[in-house]
Design a protein around this ligand. Structure first.
Ligand code: 5AD
Ligand code: SF4
Length: 473
């Protein structure tokens, strides 16, 4: 752990304690932001919805692709101007970019605080310090791959603040694991999120119980490789299946999810059997394939072949026939030929995903792929392959979606849909609402806003590839 005070700058003292947090990246970051918000509220700060209203702005950042980092840098550039006119404004960078770039981020004149993801428990104190002492502070874990005392501090923070209100009513994330030990050759996560460690099952279940007491209906267990969850105590080893059975007993929680899974055999059957046996476990699996070419999978250090991957999908569908599966792909990985790409297309067609997330390869400094392989696929080919996969997926999703027409689905309502907040002429007070099925299908329908955070049944009348539309029944 390193706290470095870089310089002392004299600025006027701050009176306001309004904080705005802007979150980039994955669900892990959303969870970290929720924890930081709860910690800040507890320390007497107020959370506000925009930079304009804020005295303190925190960026919770993502390093997984260059584009995500560039967006943050551009925001920080704009804040420089705000800071010139409002010198007691405090700006912090937290999350993966903070861990990856560390002190380098102080080249951005607006930045006062740089704090890594293992150090978020210290943010309220760092902000106080920046406000009172006008010092720039760097707090990142020096040797992120080594076990350190940061873990204990974080665990305390997590247990204390991981029980607060959720961003989406009725839903909460609970971390089951930290970090990743897989070292896929393209991926920055093991370098910024540290060693894979599973949290004690009793801490997780305790947290889920408290969330249920606070009215939470759906809990999503999080881990970079959630199906690798393993906690040894005495002579018992807990895996994700055990967690699901235990969490399934918590009264008040109605739906349980887990993301993201990694394609490996260990515990796979047990987890699928738990999904089948525990009615609360949503029949949804996010299982990124990344590529359909064995040559590329090997260069990615994924540790499976496309046939082995498809074998896992078969097992999942045998044990849980109505399971809904989502995938991830990276196109334009170094040396990906047309033939490699054709094999990815083949895998996509066989996998029958509900949806897939498709990314263009982005070299990440420090990763093995970046060090050893040239980013030699031109952007126009990456774009072309991206569009082709999206088109094929759209067709598959469209076909799967159309099977819902005429059926009634149970959904957990999230709230008004972002794009079209509108009231319906003949039903004043109704809005266009959005919800999700257990299989993660997005459902759009009209209803009262008071349904947010509650379950509802919707009769599906029409569909598009990614959305089901219908009416409340
Ligand atoms: N470039 C492009 N996509 C990446 N992903 C991870 N690292 C990279 C990278 N360097 C994608 C993978 C992963 C998802 C979260 O992001 O598909 O599953
Ligand atoms: Fe990255 Fe691979 Fe770990 Fe996923 S499993 S976080 S892609 S290194």
């Amino acid at each position: 752990m390193a706290t470095v005070f870089l310089e002392t700058i004299t600025i006027m003292s701050i009176t306001g304690r309004n904080v705005h947090i802007k979150t980039f990246g994955c669900q892990m970051n959303k969870l970290d932001s929720a924890l930081v918000e709860a910690g800040l509220r507890n320390a007497g700060f107020e959370l506000v919805g925009s930079v304009k209203e804020a005295d303190v702005v925190l960026f919770n950042t993502c390093s997984v692709r260059d584009h995500a980092e560039q967006r943050v840098l551009s925001h920080l550039g704009h804040l420089k101007h705000i800071k010139e006119s409002k010198p007691d404004f405090v700006v912090g960078v937290i999350g993966c970019m903070a861990q990856r770039l560390g002190v380098e981020l102080f080249k951005q004149p607006a930045v006062d605080i740089v704090c890594g993801p293992m150090q978020i428990a210290h943010i309220p104190r760092l902000i106080e310090q920046a406000m009172k002492e006008k010092k720039k502070a760097l707090l990142v874990t020096e040797e992120i791959r080594k076990a350190s005392s940061d873990g204990q501090e974080l665990e305390r923070f997590e247990t204390e603040f991981g029980i607060d209100d959720a961003e989406i009513p009725g839903q909460a994330f609970v971390r089951a694991m930290h970090g990743c030990d897989k070292f896929c050759s393209y991926c920055v996560v093991p370098y910024v999120r540290g060693k894979e460690t599973s949290r004690p099952p009793e801490a997780i279940i305790e947290q889920i119980k408290k969330l249920a007491d606070n009215g939470i209906k759906q809990v999503t267990l999080l881990g970079q490789r959630i199906n690798a969850y393993e906690y040894k105590t005495g002579d018992k080893t807990y895996c994700l299946a055990d967690l699901l059975y235990m969490a399934g007993e918590v009264a008040g929680i109605e739906w349980l999810r887990f993301v993201t899974s990694y394609p490996s055999e260990k515990y796979f059957d047990e987890i699928m059997k738990a999904m089948c046996a525990v009615p609360k476990v949503c029949r949804y699996l996010h299982l990124p394939a990344q590529s359909g070419s064995d040559k590329i999978l090997k260069m990615m250090n994924r540790g499976y072949t496309s046939a082995e991957y498809l074998g896992l999908l078969d097992i999942a569908r045998q044990i849980v026939p109505d399971i809904s599966i989502a995938g991830d792909f990276i196109v334009g990985f170094p040396n990906e030929t047309d033939d490699d790409f054709t094999q990815t297309v083949g895998l996509l067609k066989k996998s029958k995903y509900k949806n897939s997330f498709i990314f263009k390869y982005s070299p990440r400094p420090g990763t093995v792929a970046d060090k050893r392989l040239e980013d030699n696929i031109p952007m126009d080919i990456k774009n072309k392959r991206n569009i082709e996969l999206l088109k094929i997926q759209e067709q598959i999703s469209g076909d799967l979606a159309s099977e819902f027409v005429g059926k009634t689905v149970k959904i957990l309502v999230e709230g008004p849909s972002k794009k079209s907040r509108r009231s319906i002429e003949d039903k004043p007070g109704d809005l266009q609402l959005i919800g999700r099925t257990a299989g993660d299908w997005i459902v759009v329908f009209d209803g009262p806003e008071t349904l947010a955070g509650k379950f509802a049944n919707v009769g599906i009348t029409r569909t598009s590839p990614l959305t089901l539309f219908g009416n409340l029944v």
